[in-house]
Design a protein around this ligand. Structure first.
Ligand code: FAD
Length: 318
């Protein structure tokens, strides 16, 4: 089923979470160790992230560096299918990115998702690989998420890349896009960012999932700004509980977000990462309860390889 219909047909806030494909070399049980404890709390959907290939340099015996292109977290399509068939009552939302894909490859991926019975896609640009300063699209690929959204919307209208295809099937994907309450790192300001967020909605995105934030006021004012900019779609807050001391420095760098001073002070009082983990759960419960009171459409959690903290939050909140 399409996420937008599930949201529109629900009178209460729904629960969902995002899953990262495991690092290469793991087996499927490392996925189920994350999903099984959370599926007990009836998530409406599970997102599966997509990870682009990266270039790594390995030292050879002769001391020279060997350049290799690897995908550290492969398996998005297969994991999406495995989840769909293991938990029939849960929708799956694979992420599809512009990075590393030509438009033809995007079309092939969409055809795979369609054949697998997947109805929802989160359409993203993707970040630049670690060793690249800026995002560089593939030749004949998408430079921005808005044109990826438009390609998916075209398929929903039966328009494929080969214009000679006649009577082609109209897919029925519900398309989501990313939003940034504290603005995207590359945007000069929030108005600029909102302009392009609106472009994704105008191209056919029907819901937004936000970047993580630790201060709910940032989410509430983002929603206000979106509404003023004419964006009327559901805006799903994305939440990640803090788990280790070093995250108070790493998360702001990677995701361009602020961590409120009250939370930083509490984290610095912790003597172990176990204490930070418990504090993260406590903060996550408080954040979730306030968002629930504000009738947000869905509470969406980023698991990042751990589900116990999310399990404790969801148990306390729903
Ligand atoms: P876009 O909407 O294309 O925006 C990127 C930047 O370009 C913004 O600054 C925007 O303002 C600007 N911009 C947009 N359109 C234009 C235009 N036409 N002209 C000029 N500027 C423009 N990354 C992954 O690699 N895999 C994932 O699975 C993944 N999942 C994510 C899930 C969520 C909920 C979120 C919030 C992010 C996720 N990301 C993921 C990260 C995301 O790919 C990065 O934040 C990326 O840098 C931007 O993606 P976007 O889709 O928001 O890009």
């Amino acid at each position: 089923m399409r996420i937008i219909d599930l949201i529109n047909n629900s009178k209460k806030t729904l629960f969902s979470f995002e899953l990262l494909p495991p690092l290469r070399g793991n087996n499927i049980n490392s996925i189920y160790r994350i999903t099984d404890p959370l599926v007990e709390y009836n998530p409406t959907f599970i997102n599966v992230t997509y990870h682009q290939e990266e270039v790594v340099y390995k030292k050879r015996e002769n001391g020279l560096l060997e350049k290799k292109t690897i995908r550290k977290r492969p398996g998005t399509v297969a994991i999406s299918a495995a989840i769909k068939y293991k938990y029939p009552s849960v929708e799956v939302v694979p992420h599809l990115i512009c990075g590393g894909f030509t438009k033809e490859e995007t079309e092939y991926a969409l055809i795979d998702f369609h054949y697998l019975g997947i109805d929802n896609i989160l359409a993203l640009r993707g970040d630049a690989p670690k060793n690249q300063r800026t995002f560089i699209p593939e030749k004949n690929g998408h430079a921005h998420a808005s044109t990826l959204v438009a390609q998916i919307a075209d398929m929903n209208h039966g328009k494929y890349l080969d214009e000679e295809l006649l009577n082609s099937f109209h897919t029925n994907f519900c398309i989501g896009a990313a939003g940034y309450p504290e603005k995207h790192i590359e945007s000069p300001n929030q108005d600029y960012d909102l302009r392009f967020l609106k472009e994704k909605i105008d191209a056919g995105a029907e819901f937004i999932i936000t970047q993580m934030f630790f201060d709910n006021q940032k989410y509430f004012s983002f929603v206000d700004s979106c509404r003023k900019a004419g964006i009327t779609t559901p805006i799903i807050p994305g939440l990640k509980p803090i788990t280790t001391l070093k995250e108070i420095n790493v998360l702001p760098q990677v995701f361009n977000i602020d961590i409120p001073e009250t939370l930083v002070k509490e984290v610095l009082k912790c003597k172990t990462n176990e204490e930070v983990f418990d504090l993260g759960v406590e903060w996550g419960i408080a954040q979730s309860k306030e968002l629930l009171k504000a009738n947000v459409p869905v509470l969406h959690y980023f698991t990042v390889g751990i589900s116990e903290n999310i399990r404790q939050i969801v148990k306390a909140v729903f």
